[in-house]
Design a protein around this ligand. Structure first.
Ligand SMILES: *[C@@H]1O[C@H](CO)[C@@H](O)[C@H](O)[C@H]1NC(C)=O
Ligand SMILES: *[C@@H]1O[C@H](CO)[C@@H](O)[C@H](O)[C@H]1NC(C)=O
Ligand SMILES: *[C@@H]1O[C@H](CO)[C@@H](O)[C@H](O)[C@H]1NC(C)=O
Ligand SMILES: *[C@@H]1O[C@H](CO)[C@@H](O)[C@H](O)[C@H]1NC(C)=O
Ligand SMILES: *[C@@H]1O[C@H](CO)[C@@H](O)[C@H](O)[C@H]1NC(C)=O
Ligand SMILES: *[C@@H]1O[C@H](CO)[C@@H](O)[C@H](O)[C@H]1NC(C)=O
Ligand SMILES: *[C@@H]1O[C@H](CO)[C@@H](O)[C@H](O)[C@H]1NC(C)=O
Ligand SMILES: *[C@@H]1O[C@H](CO)[C@@H](O)[C@H](O)[C@H]1NC(C)=O
Length: 389
């Protein structure tokens, strides 16, 4: 009996040891967050109040910091906090739509989180604070998002030192009733700010008051995928070389009514999906090579100063869903090739000088939900088949 009992004990112990070894190897080694960073996060939380009106910004808003608890040792598991799995330092903070309300300045404990790579504070209410210059000390940042968060004043030059940034979003810091842009980019200006930020993929600065031209250095930003500069008070000529950036998918410039520019010849290497120029002073003709933009989905050229004939090659954009040419000085007939744009759901040709008949082929546009042809010099009758769409 004795030997067999001790043998079974031995087996049991072996099994236990294997079980423990197996279960701990299958889990991530959990590294706890550093206590100084935990304190910095708690102090950050305490420097704001949670406010219902700051919550109303988006429907997905909720107070993420509510779950942060000074008794909870591992801040890496807190809502919105991301740590490096090996070292436990805080590398990401996403408190967007977090119902935070209050002022922030460079003394805030946030700026002790020196390893931060991603910071998203969008959709909160920072009570007209200046963007703290201490952000420039978070030199590891690759992602900075302060959109729709009630910051005001001049954007500090320190942001221009964050050369690792691939995404910078300071858009939509504005007030309504009466409408007012809160952020300014004058000294430094846009040119100074981005000079060294050559890793940028996303540059979103809509409704930052700039009153300046678009710097031509942007045409050297070969990684750029999206450029949003709506309502920035841009002036001068838009550098058309920007249209040729091979990775660029979105150019969004609407409501810059004194910004001039023209569309260049386009090549096959172009990846533009969205081009929005509504209410700018872009002028000239649409190049026939527009047909090379075969990724194009959204072409908003309304309320500009375009002239001439609409090239029939515009009908060769297989992915186009939205086409707005309204309020320009286009002339000639409405090309029947537009009927090849079978994915089109929005077509506005209103307020131009189009002549001739409405092509009955437009009936092929079965996805169409909006069609506007008003205020042209069209003749004949409206093809009755259009009403069956
Ligand atoms: C918001 O800013 C105003 C004016 O600077 C200040 O009086 C008020 O205390 C601030 N509110 C909060 C919650 O920080
Ligand atoms: C920064 O804000 C804190 C409150 O969060 C305040 O006590 C301090 O005086 C402010 N510092 C400056 C320089 O405004
Ligand atoms: C930012 O860095 C500068 C230079 O290293 C330093 O003088 C300043 O105190 C730092 N600011 C903060 C808020 O840490
Ligand atoms: C900034 O954050 C908001 C809210 O999370 C998001 O909608 C927006 O796309 C972000 N901007 C960028 C450039 O990622
Ligand atoms: C850009 O970087 C260069 C070289 O590091 C530096 O001399 C220049 O002052 C920087 N420009 C801006 C606007 O920060
Ligand atoms: C763009 O880059 C080229 C080559 O590096 C350089 O010669 C040119 O000056 C740059 N353009 C601007 C506007 O900085
Ligand atoms: C056009 O943009 C300007 C700002 O550049 C704005 O003041 C104006 O209201 C806009 N007009 C229309 C018709 O949207
Ligand atoms: C664009 O057209 C508007 C009127 O439609 C005109 O006031 C403005 O001067 C034109 N701009 C340019 C640059 O031609």
């Amino acid at each position: 009996m004795r030997p067999s009992l001790s043998f079974s004990c031995f087996l049991l112990i072996v099994a236990l040891v294997q079980f423990i070894a197996f279960s701990s190897s299958s889990e991530q080694p959990s590294v706890l967050c550093h206590s100084d960073e935990r304190r910095a996060l708690m102090q950050f939380k305490e420097s704001f109040i949670i406010d219902k009106h700051a919550c109303s910004a988006t429907s997905s808003s909720y107070p993420k910091v509510d779950s942060w608890d000074s008794q909870g040792v591992d801040c890496c598991s807190w809502d919105g906090v991301e740590c490096d799995q090996m070292t436990g330092v805080v590398i990401g903070l996403d408190l967007s739509s977090g119902c935070l309300y209050g002022s922030i300045n460079s003394s805030n404990s946030l700026f002790r989180l020196l390893h931060l790579q991603k910071l998203n504070l969008a959709f909160n209410d920072f009570n007209h604070s200046l963007i703290p210059s201490a952000l420039g000390n978070l030199s590891m940042l690759t992602y900075l998002n302060l959109s729709s968060s009630v910051f005001s004043g001049q954007i500090p030059s320190e942001i221009s030192k964050l050369y690792r940034l691939s995404s910078l979003d300071l858009s939509n810091n504005q007030e309504f009733n009466p409408f007012r842009r809160l952020l300014e980019l004058k000294e430094p200006d846009l040119n100074n700010l981005i000079q060294n930020l050559t890793n940028l993929e996303k540059l979103h600065l809509s409704y930052v008051d700039m009153a300046s031209p678009v710097p031509s250095v942007l045409a050297n930003f070969s990684k750029l995928t999206s450029l949003y500069l709506e309502g920035c008070g841009l002036q001068g000529m838009f550098p058309s070389a920007i249209f040729q950036l091979p990775k660029l998918e979105t150019i969004w410039l609407l409501h810059n009514h004194v910004l001039t520019g023209y569309l260049p010849e386009f090549s096959f290497s172009n990846n533009l999906k969205t081009l929005a120029l509504w209410n700018t002073s872009f002028s000239g003709e649409l190049p026939a090579s527009i047909e090379n933009l075969d990724s194009m989905e959204f072409l908003g050229l309304g309320h500009c100063n375009f002239t001439g004939l609409v090239p029939s090659t515009l009908g060769n954009l297989p992915n186009l869903k939205f086409l707005d040419l309204a309020i320009n000085s286009f002339r000639g007939s409405v090309s029947p090739t537009l009927a090849n744009l079978t994915k089109l759901d929005y077509l506005d040709l209103g307020s131009n000088y189009f002549t001739g008949f409405i092509p009955p082929e437009l009936t092929n546009l079965t996805q169409l939900t909006d069609l506007d042809l008003q205020q042209n010099m069209l003749q004949g009758s409206v093809p009755s088949s259009l009403f069956r769409l």
